[in-house]
Design a protein around this ligand. Sequence first.
Ligand SMILES: Nc1ncnc2c1ncn2[C@@H]1O[C@H](COP(=O)(O)OP(=O)(O)OP(=O)(O)O)[C@@H](O)[C@H]1O
Ligand SMILES: [Mg+2]
Length: 327
Amino acid sequence: MRAVIEVDKLKKVFQSIVAVDGISFEVKEGEIFGFLGPNGAGKSTTIKILCTLLRPTSGRALLAGFDVVREPDTVRRSIGIVFQENSLDDRLTAAENLYLHGLLYGLPRRLLKQRMEEVLEMVDLAARQKDLVRNFSGGMRRRLEIARGLLHHPRILFLDEPTIGLDPQTRKAIWEYIHGLRREKNITIFMTTHYMEEAENCDRIAIIDHGRIQALDTPANLKQRLGGDVLIVTPADGADLAPLIAARYGLEPQPVEEGLRLQVADGAAFILQLAADFRGRIKSISLRRPTLDDVFLSLTGRAIREEKVSAADRMHLSPRGHLRRRH
Ligand SMILES: Nc1ncnc2c1ncn2[C@@H]1O[C@H](COP(=O)(O)OP(=O)(O)OP(=O)(O)O)[C@@H](O)[C@H]1O
Ligand SMILES: [Mg+2]
C-alpha cells in the first residue's frame, strides 16, 4: 500500500519552544493512524502543519503526493479537518454551518444539498439539522464537526482530539462512525489523542513526547514489547515500601496515584511472594496486562494521565494476608 502522508524530519520552532523536533513517519492509504502524547507534546502543531495552517521551520511533508508548503491549495482539497477547539458557529443551525463550509469549498449548490443530506444522515443529525448549534450537546457538536469535515469527500481526515470531553457512550458512537467511514470510503484517518483507550482504535500509533516520536507501531506490538504483567501495590498506612521492594527483588517501583507500580514477568506468582514477604504492610495489590499508558511510562518515565484500575481487577489482602477479590 502506498503512503498518503509522508513526513520527513519535520520541525517547528516557536521563538524558543521546539514544538515539533524533527519527526519522520508515513501513513498508508486507508490507515487509522494516531499520535498519542501528553499536553504540549506537539500533536496539534503537527496537524496544523499537515493541514497547511502553519509553516514548518524545516523538513518536508507530502499529502497525497503534494507538498504542504509549495502546493497548499491542492493539499487542502484532499483533506478534511476537525479541530481540537470548537469551530462551529453557534448562531447558525447545523444545516447552515454545513452549507457555509460547502460554499467555501466551492461545491455546486445541488451537489452540496445532496452531500449535506448524506453526512447528516451518517452522524445521525438529519432530524436536528434546523436547530441552532447553540442548543446542541457536546457530542452532537462533535458529530456535526466530523460531518462538516467530510462534506467535500476528503481522502484524508484529520481529527485533533476527536472525543475530548465526551462521555464514553458518545465516544463509542463517534468511533463507530469513524470505523464505518474507513470501511465504506477507504478514507485515511490521522488523529491525535491523549486517551489510551482511544488510541486502541488506531492501526498504528506514534507515541509523541516533547516533539519527538518515541515509538511507532501497532497498539498490540507496543504492549507486547513490554511483556509480563503490571502490579499496582497500595501500602498499608502510607509506608514507603519502594526502597524495600527495590532492594529485595531488584525491581524499580514507580510511584503512581494508588501507590507503587511494578512490572514483573509473572504477576500471579509475584503477588503471592510479595504478600508473604510484606505481610500486614500492604493494603491491596492489583494485577493487569500492560496498557498503552504503561508503554508511555516505560518510554518516558511519566504517565500520560493517572491510572484508573477497575474495582474488579483490584485484589485485596485480608488482615491475615489472604488474597481476595473486592466486588
Ligand atoms: N502559536 C504558538 N506560539 C507559541 N508556542 C506555541 C504555539 N502553538 C503551540 N505552541 C507550543 O508548542 C508546544 C506544542 O503544542 P501543541 O499544541 O502542538 O501540543 P499538543 O500535543 O497538541 O497538546 P494538547 O494535548 O494540550 O493539545 C507547546 O509547548 C505549546 O505551548
Ligand atoms: Mg493539541
